[in-house]
Write a protein that binds this ligand. Structure first.
Ligand code: PMP
Length: 415
């Protein structure tokens, strides 16, 4: 199995230079929850479905940089478009005309979109969605789902977290996923206070089985929002273009007022987008919101190549099929050793956990063994498929999973 000497040496150095060494979701603790002895802290390069760490270990990467790797790392078509645009310019005083080309493509692609607005990170556009909802309605409060993730802006965090004060979160009202009655009750009790309902298209929290919307959930929420003048904002940052090129609201049969996109937009080139309906265009225009790099040209070139290629490949279906093949195999292999591997969410972005023990430690042990053999999974976060993942990669992953189940079984004869 793999060794991580260079990774650990570099991590020690990083700890002196950068608080926590590797922070946030790319670090071992907050994102992947992978035991540090198995964690490849730093990558040296990436291609297709793989990345290599600084020890030269190769991983079949099921985290896909937490989503942005959708076509495969260093996709040739995307990188060629990027190289062309680099020659022309990137961060310029007047934005490049390519911004308008990308807006046209996105508005043509996303069913609900009448316009598109660009920023850099997912959190930029989830925060903007709330500002627009407040500007449009003159109201203050937002209904959010317990366990949902919308970034790291103070309003997304919880009272009691370091750096967060009461005023940051005072306008949030939390409900449970799939509980329409709770939402209805809150809306009816505060008919003139709720500016926005924001949620992901299906529920993909960490540490918990992922859940699809119940039948008619979104249709009922849509009607409630329309009836009470509430802006329905969907955070498609994580599942955007892994379910449906027309948007995940389209996939689940409803129409959002605002849609936040980021991760799969440009195959790793950095930008995010907010799409919306004409009814909110004036509100958007009224809000001051911008950033130094938000209109840079290179990511738009990547975005055009990426979205066109995803459409040509029927990326969402391709990734769903690959994910199904992979996860069906993993479940079966687990069963042959007496492990019950539960898979939830959608196959292109599945969540999995071994349910034989409540403590999650069996799952962590198994994931650790898989990582040390070259299949990079996270323990308690959903995983991601990319279009470059081959049948060979899936076969190799099944072999790694088999070997890893065998090791865990040997350590736990009681199973
Ligand atoms: N919303 C969702 C659903 C996300 O998954 C993420 C990123 N993990 C964000 C918002 C925030 O995006 P970013 O980290 O790019 O700000």
């Amino acid at each position: 199995t793999y060794t991580y000497n260079e990774n650990q040496k570099l991590f020690k150095k990083a700890l002196n230079l950068i608080p926590t060494g590797v922070y946030g979701h790319l670090g071992p603790a907050e994102g992947c929850f992978i035991p540090v002895q198995s964690y490849p802290f730093f990558s040296s390069r990436a291609k297709g479905a793989y990345f290599w760490d600084v020890d030269g270990n190769r991983f079949i990467d099921y985290m896909c940089a937490y989503g942005p790797n959708v076509l495969g790392y260093n996709d040739e078509d995307v990188d060629m478009a990027v190289a062309e645009q680099m020659k022309l310019g990137n961060c310029t005083t007047a934005p490049s005309s390519i911004m308008v080309d990308f807006a046209e493509l996105l508005v043509d692609t996303v069913e609900m979109a009448d316009w598109a607005f660009f920023a850099k990170n997912g959190g930029d556009v989830t925060s903007f969605a709330l500002m627009i909802a407040k500007a449009a309605t003159g109201r203050k409060k937002t209904i959010l789902v317990n366990g949902g993730y919308h970034g790291v802006a103070p309003w997304t965090q919880k009272l009691g977290y370091p750096g967060i004060c009461k005023e940051d979160v005072v306008n949030n009202i939390y409900v449970d996923w799939n509980n329409y009655e709770q939402v209805e009750k809150i809306v009816k009790e505060n008919p003139n206070d709720i500016a926005c309902f924001m949620a992901t298209p299906y529920h993909h929290p960490v540490f918990t089985d992922n859940e699809l919307p119940e039948k008619d959930y979104w249709q009922k929420i849509r009607k409630l929002c329309t009836d009470y003048g509430i802006v329905l904002a969907i955070d498609d940052v994580r599942c955007g273009f892994r379910l449906d090129m027309k948007g995940s609201d389209h996939y689940f049969g409803f129409k959002a007022d605002l849609m936040c996109f980021c991760k799969a937009l440009g195959n790793g080139y950095n930008f995010s987008a907010l799409c919306g309906t004409d009814a909110l265009k004036d509100a958007v225009s009224s809000v001051m919101y911008t950033g130094s790099y938000w209109l840079s040209a290179v990511p738009f070139a990547a975005g055009i190549a990426c979205i066109k290629k995803l459409k040509k490949l029927d990326g969402p279906k391709l990734m769903q099929d690959k994910g199904k093949k992979l996860t069906d195999g993993l479940v079966e292999i687990g069963k042959s050793y007496g492990f019950n591997l539960k898979v939830t969410g959608v196959p292109s972005m599945w969540y999995m956990r071994i349910t034989n023990d409540d403590s999650l430690t069996l799952h962590q042990e198994w994931v650790s063994e898989c990582v040390r053999r070259g299949a990079f999974f996270a323990n308690h976060h959903n995983l991601f498929i990319n279009c470059a993942l081959s049948d060979e990669d899936i076969k190799l992953t099944h072999e790694i999973a088999d070997e890893s189940f065998k090791v865990v079984k040997n350590n736990h004869k009681e199973i």
